[in-house]
Design a protein around this ligand. Sequence first.
Ligand code: HOZ
Length: 446
Amino acid sequence: MRSLFLDPLNFRMIGCPAVMKITRSIKLFEEAQQLIPGGVNSPVRAFRSVGGHPRFIHRAKGSKLYDLDGNTYIDYVLSWGPMILGHASPPVIGAIKKAAGRGTSYGAPTELEVDLARHIRTAVPSMEKIRLVSSGTEAVMSAIRVARGFTKRDGILKFEGCYHGHSDYLLAKAGSGMMTLGIPDSLGVPADFAKHTFTAPYNDIRTVQRLMRERGKHIACIIVEPIAGNMGVVPPAHDFLPALRQLTLENDSLLIFDEVISGFRVDYGGAQALYGITPDLTVLGKIIGGGLPVGAYGGRTEIMDLIAPTGPVYQAGTLSGNPLAVTAGLATLKQLRAKQLYKNLEERSAAVAEGIGKEAQRAGIPIIQHRVGSMLTAFFASDPVVDWNSAKRSDTKRYGQFFHQMLEQGVYLAPSQFEAAFLSTAHSSTDIERTIKAARVAFKSL
Ligand code: HOZ
């Protein structure tokens, strides 16, 4: 990799190799690896697929991350999606501070939970009843349990490259960290658990039709990211989601939309509003927690009423509906109702994508760009990317070089080709100009 001669963020030529000073991050990472597997609490953060050292973050504000060594980055990871208002958004932080003064967990119901459920249902009317939990993984796991309870069937159908958290039966050909690290299926998952999981390529309706023909009467649900975000961004083909809806109806199976990433991200009503498809169950996370740990699942009343204490499907949690997390989520959703907010995000995101596309073209580097609203990916690939197989053909080595060139210039992208980049309402036109300038330098250097 060629050295850059730039001052991060200002992009001033400074005449010496601008290898960022990251001594504190390096030192901490060494210690972290003695204490925490791989030095991180979630695998992709370890930078394994791009090489180099993860940055240890000291603080974040608006569109910026600040590391322990004093470097500043324009952040396009945004905590992997939740920080749609940017970091430390004043209304969110103000609400959290107030709520913290009233205690941090009660293990008893609050008005806040009812408020958040009401806000979610208004935005996503298919979620007639909603259960709050503490993570997306937990929400998906619980949604599958209720789908199985409702249909009295065990089988589930998922798509290769989609990631639905790390519960046992959902790790088959999962995207995100599994794809980044090239782990097809996790060790530690009993074959007996995985045998009920069937997989099909994303956007491949024929395979779904065949599987439903052969096994439809055993399939409790089809679960899908309506916009795949965990193999990089891969939008659904125009007939994909309608066909899933149709096939599930024909087979009395449930359709579950995992909108942990797309929920409140691509539209206030999520991907289901954008594409006009109503699933039976929806899973949310990330944005609805405003940066604190929350997940939610919900759907038709007749299904959700099977959950204890109204029904026999069990699910519980000490920190479910935690008042701080719910407060952060509520404060975020209230801001998201602002007029023009999604339109502005769309315009800024389009500007980033367009700028990056032009710079790649100018440098003669083939990329395939996908963008839905403020979630985007530039695949280092020449052929169309429609599923996990085509995504996997991306030049990950080149992505790694691009990633480091951007990082050196103060632009923080996901340390994996197979994760989405996100914009927030805090990303300014100056941020965008700087990002495009950095991309120009980065593409040229490849
Ligand atoms: N693979 C997760 C996002 N799709 C990353 C989680 C994390 O490292 O925080």
